[in-house]
Ligand binder design. Structure first.
Ligand code: GLN
Length: 279
């Protein structure tokens, strides 16, 4: 069988199971062949080995059962870096690059070494991308999940070649120190929204998505606790749902933050909110 035929088979078999059957099949085939999806297309006339065909069909079965491509490949590109991911953590979303970009602008402007803590770090995509991009930045991270801590350690080792401080902690409760910047992409869907995803068979950890009945439980708790853990003039940066920015704005100003601004993601939706602790 040629690569072209195998790809066609993949697209056809994923049609009913994915919104992006071509992309999914091409990425999975590229994974099997240890190449890029672009090269898969240029290799159309070549024959595929029996072993590779077997692995590809196994990947297709997994995808058909609802497992996301990133969990099948055990990796996800984020900030042009390759993160290890599995069912223990949320798959990094492109939207979250806005959080990294904003933190980088702020931390890059620090004259001396800045300290940054990333809450609800999961795979570590925010913390590790920031450390990778700004080696002088002092970065630590935390997550309530010990499993996430294990994935975080794998990513520190693979991407940075060394470990960043990690605390298994319910938000800031067990995290020592005071910081110039606190970042977080906490669970911010409503329980109902997270329930719909779970009901559809979505396998990401529910605890990484469910932000309580209004989706604001973790965001509000972080906003209320952050001022005592920020230096004067320190900055809190949160990723959140566009629909709930108005409430966050209010909670932030009630908690003493000033210069509150909201940034839009690539789709033009409010995605990151920033507040400054009074100096
Ligand atoms: N952006 C994610 C989603 O829409 C939610 C991430 C989160 O709750 N932190 O699936």
């Amino acid at each position: 069988m040629t690569i072209r035929h195998v790809l066609q088979e993949g697209i056809f078999s994923l049609k009913e199971h994915s919104d992006t059957p071509f992309l999914d099949a091409a990425v999975l085939l590229a994974e099997v062949l240890n190449t890029t999806k672009e090269k898969v297309i240029t290799a159309f006339p070549e024959e595929i080995s029996h072993e590779d065909l077997f692995i590809f069909r196994n990947f297709l079965e997994k995808r058909k059962s609802g497992i996301p491509v990133s969990y099948i490949r055990k990796k996800k590109e984020f900030w042009s870096l390759q993160f290890f991911v599995d069912e223990r953590v949320l798959v990094p979303r492109p939207d979250t690059e806005l959080l990294v970009e904003t933190a980088l602008e702020l931390a890059g402007a620090c004259t001396e070494t800045c300290t940054l803590h990333d809450l609800c770090t999961g795979s570590g995509c925010v913390a590790i991308s920031l450390k990778y991009s700004l080696p002088l930045l002092s970065v630590s991270a935390s997550d309530i999940s010990a499993d996430a801590g294990d994935v975080f350690a794998v990513n520190c080792g693979r991407i940075l070649g060394f470990q960043l401080p990690f605390y298994q902690s319910d938000l800031l409760s067990k995290v020592p120190g005071v910081f110039d910047i606190i970042t977080a992409n906490p669970p911010y869907l409503t329980t109902q929204e997270a329930g719909v995803m779970a009901g559809d068979g979505w396998p990401e950890p529910r605890a990484a998505l469910d932000g309580g009945p209004g989706g604001l439980d973790f965001l509000a708790a972080i906003i209320q606790k952050a001022p005592e853990r920020l230096n004067a003039g320190g900055i809190l940066l949160l990723e959140a749902c566009p629909e709930r920015m108005i409430f966050l704005h209010r909670i932030m100003s009630e908690s003493g933050f000033s210069d509150i601004t909201v940034k839009k993601d690539l789709a033009g939706r409010d995605r990151v909110i920033k507040g400054t602790k009074a100096g």
